[in-house]
Design a protein around this ligand. Structure first.
Ligand code: NAP
Length: 255
């Protein structure tokens, strides 16, 4: 008897790759896609133990998942990782470009290396992974690419120039790929979470947290499930006519 019954079937027969699937939002997305029947490749950078926990949780619900460690900011590692996933689980029909880092700092204190790393992990990764799955999706004449941006890409934020630039860059990539791949039945969309309760926002102190809540009409931080269910929707047949869009999931903090 499974410990967490997973009865959804809207994604049966699909293979999903979730980058940064080992923690936070990515872990919730991995579980939610698996609950709807997708086989999930849970990518991680270094935290193999956390990725294994996600895989074990999915398997305990009688769904399929496997962990794959590779650095999404390295094109060769991405190509190798996706080749392995294709051999073991099948060609990804859903790609969720979720992996991301925030290395915040004021402009004058941000090194060129920190800038470049943020761009590489948050933005170039979306290009590398999309490129690596596109051939299989084009052959299948179907596919879903969902890029995790951020409300900060829409608003900008002092002390987050590199992060905001990397997340805003995702909009141009998303819209261009949506135009380029639409005729092959592939949709490409971006999701912009507001402030979500994860390790990435855990460092806020009480004062910062109160200031943050003051900007959110719904009066709470987002939960990882809020983002995961949006990704399930964008992966589902019901979203087949949505492409090139930037979907805010932010409690109304940016409209
Ligand atoms: P998180 O808890 O810090 O988790 C980050 C994930 O990305 C981990 O699974 C990590 O793997 C993986 N990762 C980092 N660098 C990687 C690399 N080079 N290659 C492969 N995987 C890598 O982050 P989160 O808060 O869930 O955020 C997920 C996404 O949502 C990010 O793109 C973030 O910018 C975006 N977002 C978050 C918020 C928020 O409030 N939390 C708001 C807006 C947007 P390891 O476990 O191996 O380190």
């Amino acid at each position: 008897m499974s410990s967490s019954p997973a009865t959804g079937t809207i994604l049966s027969g699909q293979v999903a790759l979730v980058t940064g699937g080992s923690r936070g939002i990515g872990a919730a997305i991995s579980k939610a896609l698996a609950e709807q029947g997708a086989k999930v490749a849970v990518n991680f950078a270094s935290n193999a133990e956390k990725a294994k926990e996600v895989v074990d949780a999915i398997r305990s619900g009688d769904r399929e998942a496997e962990a794959y460690g590779f650095d999404v900011s390295d094109e060769a590692q991405v190509a190798e990782g996706i080749k392995k996933i294709t051999q073991e689980l099948g060609a990804p029909s859903i790609l969720v470009n979720n992996a991301g880092i925030a290395d915040d700092g004021l402009l004058v204190r941000t090194s060129a290396d920190a800038w470049q790393k943020t761009i590489d992990v948050n933005l170039s990764s979306c290009f590398y992974c999309s490129k690596a799955v596109a051939k299989g999706m084009m052959k299948a004449r179907a596919g879903r690419i969902i890029n995790m941006s951020s409300v900060i890409g829409e608003t900008g934020n002092g002390g987050q120039a590199a992060y905001a630039a990397s997340k805003a860059g995702i909009f141009g990539l998303t819209k261009s790929l949506a135009k380029e791949l639409g005729s092959r039945g592939i949709t490409v969309n971006a999701v912009t979470p507001g402030y979500i309760d994860t390790e990435m926002t855990a460092y806020f102190n009480d004062e910062q947290r109160a200031a943050m809540l003051g900007q959110i009409p719904l009066g709470r931080l987002g939960a990882v499930e809020d983002i995961a269910q949006t990704v399930v929707f964008l992966s589902s047949p019901g979203a087949s006519y949505i492409t090139g869009q930037v979907l805010g999931v932010n409690g109304g903090m940016y409209m």
